[in-house]
Design a protein around this ligand. Structure first.
Ligand code: GUN
Length: 280
């Protein structure tokens, strides 16, 4: 029987733990505030940003919202970040991506004080993860580790193949799986004999951004399959990068889309917000 990993339930479990932590901080007189910046009104970003603000409210921390117009200049955004970096009452800074084309995302990410980098995107955070030092970890990969652990899936010694090499998911995911003592392969769109490579995986993590690309012939019998993709199929229905109906019968465990990895990202963001107090 295939186990369907319930990201919604696991994320709720984590949020309830964080709620208790936040209450203890509050009782000790500590207020935690996340600054959430959105530039322009990309509809998907608006949904994500609203969910992040709702998450803050749920666990009992503050959010400060900065909704900037599409025409905001890079200089204006950088100067807001400078101000938030110095403000004692702001613990975390989140700039929702993607940014409008006229703004250099790398410059913006680098401008955030690493002590407030709750997304874990700053080169210093990524470097710290790489050499095993304390720092913020990118939320989606951190959420996947929690999904696996809380589902009772052993990682140490397993063959893990990550399909996708983005800065936000694939690369930090490979570092985290390595930290958990998996044997890690990062495959991507240029990998030769891709099906042969992914079929080696005990744990296959797919973040390639192509709807339903991974079919049963990419997957070893009994593998754990984690689907990071969020796409729309030909009927405008949400779907992952994995062809769920084709792959699920072959796996020991799989994450659905929606309700798998997605809800974990926010839970780990909230976790990072509370951790910012310790890093401060
Ligand atoms: N856009 C898509 N995912 C993310 C995320 O995790 N953080 C931010 N800041 N922007 C995103």
């Amino acid at each position: 029987m295939t186990k369907v990993i319930d990201g919604k339930a696991i994320s709720l479990e984590i949020k309830n733990e964080l709620k208790e932590k936040a209450a203890a901080l509050k009782a000790a007189g500590v207020t935690v505030t996340l600054a959430v910046i959105q530039v322009g009104n990309n509809p998907a970003s608006t949904v994500y940003v609203n969910n992040k603000k709702k998450g803050c409210e749920y666990i009992g921390i503050e959010s400060a919202s900065f909704e900037l117009p599409e025409e905001t200049t890079e200089k204006e955004l950088l100067s807001l970040i400078d101000e938030l970096n110095t403000r004692e009452d702001i613990n975390g800074i989140l700039v929702q991506l993607p940014l409008p084309k006229h703004i250099d995302e790398d410059k913006v990410i680098k401008a955030i004080d690493p002590k407030k980098d709750v997304d874990g995107f700053h080169p210093q955070s990524v470097g710290a993860l790489c050499i095993g030092q304390p720092g913020f970890v990118s939320c989606t990969p951190a959420g996947i580790i929690e999904l696996l652990k809380r589902s009772g899936i052993d990682i140490a010694g397993k063959e893990c193949v990550i399909l996708g090499r983005s800065n936000i998911v694939g690369k930090p995911m490979s570092l985290l799986m390595l930290r958990e003592n998996a044997t890690v392969t990062v495959a991507h769109s240029k990998t030769a004999n891709l099906k042969e490579v992914t079929s080696r995986a005990d744990i296959l993590i797919v973040a390639i951004g192509r709807p339903k690309m991974v079919t049963a012939d990419y997957v070893k019998e009994g593998a754990v399959v984690i689907d990071v993709g969020i796409n729309r199929d030909e009927n405008n229905k949400l779907c992952g990068d994995v062809d769920y109906d084709d792959v699920a019968p072959k796996c020991s465990a799989i994450t659905p889309v929606p309700g798998g990895v997605g809800p974990m990202t926010i839970a780990m963001l909230l976790n990072n917000c509370l951790a910012s107090i310790e890093l401060k």
